[in-house]
Design a protein around this ligand. Structure first.
Ligand SMILES: [Zn+2]
Length: 80
């Protein structure tokens, strides 16, 4: 009976030790961050060649958007 009690204590101790060891690994990994919601990019067409490009990358001229500084120059020369 004495040995049974010792065995029971050892088993409980082993169980606690195992849970402590495995516990952190079993914790669910941090949920992957949801991709940041981005507003749809506004597309603009180059007034010179008609290429569509994001508004952020467009070169803005007095008459509208252009795909590059060269086309802006061409467009402004034509308009002048
Ligand atoms: Zn262009």
């Amino acid at each position: 009976m004495k040995y049974l009690l010792v065995l029971a204590v050892l088993m409980v101790a082993f169980w606690i030790w195992r849970n402590n060891r495995i516990g952190p690994r079993e914790a669910p990994p941090p949920a992957p961050k949801a991709p940041a919601l981005r507003k749809p990019t506004q597309m603009v067409a180059c007034l010179e060649c008609g290429t569509h490009l994001p508004q952020g990358e467009a070169v803005m001229g007095p008459h509208g958007a252009y795909c590059s500084a060269e086309h802006r120059q061409l467009g402004e020369d034509r308009a002048a």
